[in-house]
Write a protein of this length. Structure first.
Length: 126
């Protein structure tokens, strides 16, 4: 059989089978804000990393705020850190107070923070 160009008319029967009568469902984009927070890095015992005692994540709007001081207050939130944690050296911050930025995904039981930045604030979380 010679190579014949595929035309839109030739694809119509195939598309009628693949695409439901109502058309393709609309995809909704889930917005994941870029946020910052301060908390303590802890390993969860299952090769995961948590940010515990974190303050409520705050959306970063136009510019990155100034770095918090080492004695920045802690909070009661827990977030699971995800993403390229090895590249950021997150494990070296275990037990330390840090300032993190990333994309927030409201998951259960803990929101996920896809890490984009980590800054060491203090060697302890006292």
């Amino acid at each position: 059989m010679p190579n014949m160009p595929i035309t839109a008319r030739a694809l119509m029967p195939v598309l009628a089978i693949l695409v439901p009568a109502g058309g393709l469902p609309a995809l909704t984009a889930q917005t994941m804000p870029v946020v910052m927070t301060v908390g303590c890095v802890e390993m969860d015992g299952r090769d995961g990393v948590l940010l515990t005692r974190a303050i409520e994540p705050t959306a970063i709007d136009e510019r990155v705020p100034d770095q918090p001081p080492p004695d920045a207050p802690l909070g009661a939130e827990t977030l699971k850190l995800v993403g390229t944690l090895e590249e950021f050296g997150v494990a070296t911050h275990e037990g330390h107070k840090v300032w993190v930025k990333g994309l927030l995904n409201p998951a259960a039981p803990h929101p996920l923070l896809n890490l984009t930045s980590i800054t060491h604030l203090s060697p302890s979380c006292d």
